[in-house]
Design a protein around this ligand. Structure first.
Ligand SMILES: [Zn+2]
Length: 283
């Protein structure tokens, strides 16, 4: 069940580098560790009762589903729990950075991955259900109150604004790369190639988390942390005057604004998806 490619570079220790399974490795300690990795992986897969995608966190499993969010109702998330990714997509705040990273990675790979819809409120779920049932296809929409769109943890993708099909290169690309950002195509939704779900917190299988809360998103004045440092380093690499200290102050805001002017982006001083993509901070 092992393969030699790695999809998940920055997750947890047990997901460490299957790429290092190379004939050139000689140290005994290293070899023992390499042997331990597949055994542990296999044990984890057995423990979960399902087969794990090689090289990825055990959370990245088609049988995994998103966790619910305590204290709120499906389809009734407060605005403070939601982050706007673009005109068609809002996600639960913990998911936003992961989705932004995935969209950016797709863009860099030359794939015009877009979104049709992400968070769907309760009224939207009622509308979807009745609209599909009218066509005799009730199964294409969850019973209102039970959709993972209602937790802001499901995304319906499109390709260049058109439908995403199973037998497309985009679907294959997603199968290889979406797991790096905590997304899976759920086995429970076999008829919808476009429908993907976020299990980056480990999902209901309690797998190894994959980049939850990847970014404070969108990033603006007041943000603090490693992700801010990454942005500052990217700005500095562009020759812009910025202090690299992990604190998004007016100094960083100014540098972001200059970058946006240079790249003909809307000048907001805030790092949104377009700015992050232009800065290439997800690679
Ligand atoms: Zn969907």
């Amino acid at each position: 069940v092992r393969s030699t490619f790695s999809l998940n570079r920055s997750v947890a220790p047990e997901a460490a580098s299957p790429t290092s399974v190379a004939p050139s490795s000689t140290s005994r300690r290293r070899r023992r560790r390499l042997l331990a990795v597949p055994v542990l992986g296999l044990l984890a897969a057995v423990a979960l009762g399902a087969c794990q995608v090689p090289g990825q966190s055990n959370a990245i499993n088609g049988d995994n589903r998103p966790t619910t969010i305590s204290g709120v109702s499906n389809g009734k998330l407060p605005a403070s729990d939601l982050v706007t990714i673009n005109a068609t997509c809002r996600t639960y705040k913990q998911v936003a950075g992961s989705l932004a990273g995935l969209l950016s990675a797709a863009n860099k790979a030359g794939i015009r991955l877009g979104t049709n819809e992400c968070y769907r409120d309760y009224a939207g779920q009622v509308y979807q259900r009745s609209s599909w049932c009218t066509r005799g296809l009730c199964a294409n929409a969850a019973v209102p109150g039970y959709s993972n769109h209602g937790w802001g943890k499901a995304v319906d993708f499109n390709v260049a604004g058109g439908p995403l099909a199973f037998n497309s290169s985009t679907f294959s690309w997603l199968m290889l790369h979406a797991g790096t950002y905590g997304f899976v195509h759920p086995n429970a939704v076999p008829g919808e190639a476009w429908h993907w779900e976020w299990v980056g917190d480990g999902g209901i299988m309690h797998g190894t988390p994959v980049k939850p809360d990847l970014w404070t998103w969108p990033m603006r004045i007041g943000a603090v942390g490693e992700d801010v440092t990454h942005v500052q380093q990217a700005l500095k690499a562009q020759g812009l005057p910025v202090t690299v200290d992990g604190h998004f102050t007016s100094n960083t805001n100014g540098a972001v604004s200059m970058f946006q002017i240079n790249h003909h982006l809307p000048v907001t001083g805030t790092v949104d998806l377009a700015t992050a993509s232009a800065l290439r901070i997800f690679s």
